[in-house]
Design a binder for this molecule. Structure first.
Ligand SMILES: *[C@@H]1O[C@H](CO)[C@@H](O)[C@H](O)[C@H]1NC(C)=O
Ligand SMILES: *[C@@H]1O[C@H](CO)[C@@H](O)[C@H](O)[C@H]1NC(C)=O
Length: 301
């Protein structure tokens, strides 16, 4: 009986995790709210999923990587990418969380920062064949758009296959760093090609800014279950700069030096409990914070 009770409580908790709004029942702290221990713990499976996306396609397809073992019930369906021109990705099903998982590989700061601090950054429209019907006022980083487009059709096919194979109706998209940028673009892309009954959740770690104000507003209106988690003084979430016209969507969670997770309302909240308030420019940043720890988890394979 105790066992059954435990199992039911576990299933209920798993369902609650999937269906939960990004940041419920919060505790006030200087008008910014901090997450409870349970709320922080609820991110753990997604944090490991984002870490596993750093692994090559050959080990995510049989789920043999070290970080993979932290999500032991996962059923891989497809993987791809070469870790060079096309970032690695994988798609499968988590029967515990009852969701399709889409993971996108990140990169390290030494590769990403030079690209994102380049003053000649080009923003462009989203490709209308991948993103039909989106206003041309929406502009995104050209390099991110190109990277996402290389895996997009294969990822969509894998998500469709996983949905039909497992009877799924929920899709969770995760990534760290460049992988978070691809995950954000996938969060806009996938719903345009999947049935309207499918619901989505996105969790990004150390996510750079991806697009302009119209893009951030589009994301706020359409990607309703999004969190992007920033660790301490990570430089990546503050680039490309707002002065270049880039803006974050809402949904930031910032991990402070005291390891408290703060929910930061609005786009680019300037509170010193949030990313840009605590790290106003690159001189205040620490590249070592990019990989973590996110509640004890580092973003490596
Ligand atoms: C998974 O695939 C890798 C790469 O092909 C291989 O080296 C490894 O033995 C496989 N592991 C399992 C558990 O099948
Ligand atoms: C930052 O969060 C505070 C507290 O919720 C809120 O009052 C403020 O409007 C937010 N700032 C921005 C720029 O969204």
């Amino acid at each position: 009986m105790a066992r059954i009770g435990f199992a039911l409580a576990f299933v209920a908790a798993a369902i609650a995790t999937v269906n939960a709004a990004p940041t419920p029942e919060l505790h006030a702290r200087q008008s910014i709210t901090s997450l409870s221990t349970a709320q922080v713990s609820a991110f753990k499976p997604y944090t490991f999923y984002a870490a596993s996306a750093h692994c090559s396609a050959s080990v995510t397809i049989n789920w043999s990587c070290a970080s993979c073992q932290h999500n032991p019930t996962f059923k891989p369906v497809a993987s791809g990418g070469d870790g060079d021109l096309t970032q690695f990705w994988y798609v499968g099903y988590d029967p515990t969380l009852k969701t399709v998982i889409v993971g996108h590989q990140g990169t390290d700061t030494s590769k990403l920062l030079p690209i994102l601090t380049d003053g000649d950054i080009i923003m462009e429209d989203l490709d209308s064949s991948l993103f039909p019907g989106i206003s041309s006022s929406v502009k995104v980083h050209q390099g991110f758009a190109a990277t996402q487009s290389r895996s997009a059709p294969d990822v969509l096919a894998a998500v469709q296959k996983t949905i039909s194979q497992f009877g799924a109706n929920h899709v969770t998209i995760v990534g760290h760093s460049l992988g978070a940028a691809i995950a954000l673009l996938d969060s806009v892309y996938l719903p345009l090609h999947l049935p309207s009954g499918i619901t989505f959740k996105t969790v990004g770690y150390g996510m750079p800014r991806v697009g302009n104000q119209a893009f951030a507003d589009y994301v706020d209106a359409h990607v309703t279950n999004l969190n992007h988690i920033n660790n301490k003084h990570d430089p990546v979430p503050i680039v490309p700069g707002r002065f270049l016209g880039f803006h974050h969507p809402s949904g930031e969670i910032h991990i402070g030096e005291d390891s408290v997770w703060s929910a930061c309302p609005g786009q680019d909240n300037t509170s010193d409990l949030c990313e840009i308030g605590s790290t106003p420019n690159l001189f205040d940043s620490d590249a070592d914070d990019h990989s973590g720890p996110y509640d004890g988890v580092f973003q490596t394979c």
